[in-house]
Design a binder for this molecule. Structure first.
Ligand SMILES: [Zn+2]
Length: 270
């Protein structure tokens, strides 16, 4: 599933090709993805100039004078900028055509993605009440410490709560807790302020590193078979149950927390 670094990599990949460009048409090959595609995508978006490509949590926002298109990659979604003559594949559900002769093509085999619309001056309900961006100064150890007081939920479940901080998915929560030496099962309210400072720093470091790595595959966005780069080679615990911990050699364990498989080292994480 695309996590925050893949979405940010996608944002950086498509932005130079569509910002400042006029939409000449929209082709919807089905009426819905995860949710129905609102009529404004067909009625208001054509003719508009894309002012920016922004990201909030795992949503990509494309503001125009008439409103903002919101796009979510879901479980399997992919965005590519392609010449409009590129043959259409089975899962190519949406094309947004530009005055450059290129299309922004949304491909999504499992259709958990979303294409939505936000009117000027409004905030879409999916973006209301969500926490700070992890890579901004609005997120730090004090935020985690303050929000966690009195909370008995596992610290990993707490870290993955979008109301606390957005975009820290299962892989990055597991890896950041390992790097910070914190047992993911520990009650969020029992983690000290000092340890939350370390955890917030590790979240930022690991996400920034993954985004940097994704940046090396940006040229793929112009290839018909291109896919954003993923960050799977350098994991310490995620997906490694039973394998030796890369630090201490003891087997990595797995436990279910908040209905998610959670990987940790009982020796390195306390
Ligand atoms: Zn270990």
């Amino acid at each position: 599933m695309p996590e925050l670094p893949e979405v940010e990599t996608t944002r950086r990949g498509i932005a130079p090709h569509i910002v400042g460009r006029r939409v000449t048409g929209v082709v919807l090959r089905r009426p819905d993805l995860r949710w129905p595609i609102p009529p404004e995508i067909s009625t208001l978006l054509p003719g508009q100039v894309i002012e920016a490509v922004e990201r909030r949590a795992k949503y990509l926002l494309m503001p125009t004078a008439a409103g903002t298109a919101l796009l979510h990659l879901g479980m399997s979604g992919m965005l590519r900028v392609l010449p409009e003559t590129t043959p259409i594949g089975k899962h190519d559900h949406v094309d947004i055509a530009f005055d450059t002769g290129n299309v922004l093509r949304f491909t999504d085999p499992r259709r958990f993605g979303a294409l939505l619309w936000q009117m000027p001056g409004e905030t879409h309900e999916l973006l209301e009440g969500i926490g700070p961006e992890p890579l901004t100064d609005d997120f730090d150890g004090d935020v985690l410490w303050r929000l966690s007081r009195g909370r008995s939920a596992a610290v990993k479940t707490f870290l993955m709560d979008n109301a606390v901080v957005v975009g820290v998915g299962n892989i990055y929560a597991s890896e950041a807790l390992f790097a910070a030496g914190i047992d993911p099962r520990r009650a969020a309210g029992k983690v000290s302020r000092e340890r939350y400072a370390r955890l917030a720093a590790e979240v930022k470091r690991i996400l920034a590193y993954a985004i940097d790595r994704g940046g090396t595959t940006l040229r793929d966005f112009l290839a018909p078979d291109g896919a954003p780069g993923y960050f799977f080679q350098e994991l310490f615990v995620y997906g490694r149950a039973g394998d030796a911990c890369k630090i201490c050699g003891h087997p990595v364990r797995v436990v279910t927390l908040g209905q998610r498989a959670s990987f940790y080292c009982a020796t390195c994480q306390k």
